[in-house]
Design a protein around this ligand. Structure first.
Ligand code: PLP
Length: 373
C-alpha cells in the first residue's frame, strides 16, 4: 500500500530575542593554548582565584550516581553549620544551587529593581545580570553611601574580586538596614569569604532584604562540582527554588560538598596555607617592583598601565594571568607548587617595563626561545 505523507505546517512562533553576549572569565586554558601554540599540559594557570590545593574529593558511592538526589541527605545541615546559621530552621534559610553563578543570574528575575548600585571593578556577571535595570557604578565606599538612598538593590562582592576590598560586616548590616527600610535589597557575594569567615554576613541570613551568596568553587577548590548556596529569607528562597526546579545539584556534587563542609580540620589547615601563599605571592610581586594594589588569600591584584603587555609576556612563557581592561590590571592566582613559583619568578625577572604600551614595543619582550608548540 502506498504510504500517505502528511505534511505538518511549521508551528507559528514569536521571534526570539537575541541572546545576550557571554562574558569572559579566567581559566580558558584551551583558548590560550591555541593562541600561543603552547601545549595544554605546559601551562601554569594563574588566571583564576581557585585554590590550587582544593578539597580532595572522597570516593563517590554508586547510589549518588544512580539515585535521584534527596534534599535531606545532610548537605543543607552541613552548610548551615559551616556558614554559622543557628536554630532548627537554619536549613530553610539556605538553598543549594549549581554554583553561585546560577543564583546571580536568577535573582534579577525575582527582585524588581529600577536602580541597582554596584561597585566597579567587580565580578562582571552581577552587572550583566541586572542589565535591564538602571545600573549605577560606585568606585568607593563614599560613592556607595551617596547612592544608597536611590537604590532598590545594592550588590557587594565581599571581599571584592578583583581588587580584594573587604568591607566590615557592621557597614554592610547598616546598608541592609537602610535598604530594607524602603523595601530594598542588599546582595552580598561572599564567593571568596571562606578564608576570612569572621567578616561574613551569612549568620545574619533571614534578615529582611538580605541575600548572601556562597561558593564551593574558590576556597574549597571544587569549581567543577558546581556547588553554591543562597542564604536569605525563606520566602525568597522558595521562589528561587521554584524557578530553578528540582535536583539542581547532582548526587556526586552533593556528596563531595557535604564532606568538604564538614571537614573543619582541612578548612583550618587550608586557611593557614592560603594566608602564607598569598603573602608569598604579594612579596614575589613587590620584590620585582610590581606591588599589588590589593588581594585576598586566593589572589593578588596588580594595577598597571602595562597590564596587556605583561599579560602577553607571561603567556608567551606559558603562564596565564587574568587580564582586565578597565582599569588596566592583572590578577595573579596562587602557583600550585615550587616549580610554579619558580616559573612565575623567572618570567617576571625577564620582564622590564616597556616605555609605552604600544604593540610594537611588546615585540622586544619576546622570549629568546620560540614558543613551544
Ligand atoms: C565573585 C564571584 N562570585 C561568584 C562566582 C561564581 O562562582 P561559582 O558559580 O563557581 O560558585 C565567581 C566566579 O568566578 C566570582 O568570582
Amino acid at each position: 500500500m502506498p504510504m500517505t505523507h502528511i505534511s505538518t505546517p511549521p508551528l507559528p512562533h514569536a521571534p526570539q530575542p537575541a541572546a545576550p553576549p557571554r562574558l569572559h572569565h579566567g581559566g580558558r586554558l584551551r583558548e590560550a593554548a591555541r593562541q600561543y601554540r603552547i601545549a595544554l599540559d605546559d601551562w601554569l594557570d594563574l588566571s583564576t582565584g581557585i585554590n590550587p590545593h582544593g578539597y580532595p574529593p572522597p570516593p563517590v558511592p554508586a547510589e549518588a550516581w544512580l539515585r535521584l538526589p534527596e534534599d535531606d541527605d545532610g548537605l543543607e545541615r552541613a552548610a548551615a553549620d559551616h556558614y554559622g546559621l543557628a536554630g532548627p530552621d537554619a536549613p530553610c534559610r539556605l538553598l543549594p544551587v549549581a554554583g553561585s553563578q546560577a543564583a546571580i543570574q536568577t535573582l534579577s528575575r525575582l527582585i524588581p529593581a529600577r536602580q541597582v548600585c554596584l561597585f566597579a571593578p567587580s565580578y562582571a556577571e552581577h552587572a550583566h545580570a541586572w542589565r535591564t535595570s538602571e545600573r549605577h557604578y560606585c568606585t568607593s565606599v563614599a560613592d556607595m553611601e551617596a547612592a544608597l538612598p536611590q537604590a532598590d538593590v545594592v550588590v557587594v562582592v565581599n571581599p571584592n574580586n578583583p581588587c580584594g576590598r573587604q568591607l566590615p560586616a557592621a557597614q554592610l548590616l547598616d546598608w541592609r538596614h537602610r535598604l530594607a527600610h524602603s523595601g530594598g535589597w542588599l546582595i552580598v557575594d561572599e564567593a571568596f569569604a571562606d578564608a576570612r569567615p569572621e567578616h561574613s554576613l551569612a549568620p545574619h541570613a533571614g534578615l529582611p532584604g538580605l541575600v548572601v551568596l556562597r561558593s564551593l568553587g574558590k576556597f574549597f577548590g571544587l569549581a567543577g562540582a558546581r556547588v553554591g548556596f543562597v542564604l536569605g529569607e525563606p520566602a525568597l528562597l522558595a521562589r528561587l527554588a521554584a524557578l530553578l526546579g528540582p535536583w539542581t545539584l547532582a548526587g556526586p556534587a552533593r556528596h563531595v560538598a557535604t564532606a568538604a563542609l564538614r571537614d573543619t580540620a582541612w578548612q583550618a589547615r587550608t586557611r593557614q596555607q592560603l594566608a602564607t601563599s598569598s603573602a608569598r605571592l604579594a612579596e614575589l610581586l613587590t620584590h620585582r617592583g610590581l606591588t599589588p594594589s590589593g588581594g585576598t588569600a586566593l589572589f593578588q591584584w596588580l594595577r598597571t598601565a602595562q597590564a596587556d603587555a605583561l599579560h602577553q609576556h607571561c603567556a608567551r612563557q606559558g603562564i596565564l594571568l587574568r587580564h582586565f581592561d578597565t582599569p588596566a590590571s592583572l590578577r595573579f592566582g596562587l602557583p600550585p607548587d615550587e616549580r610554579g613559583w619558580q616559573r612565575l619568578a623567572t618570567a617576571l625577572d625577564s620582564w622590564s617595563t616597556p616605555p609605552a604600551p604600544a604593540p610594537s614595543s611588546t615585540a622586544r619582550h619576546l622570549p629568546a626561545s620560540r614558543p613551544r608548540t
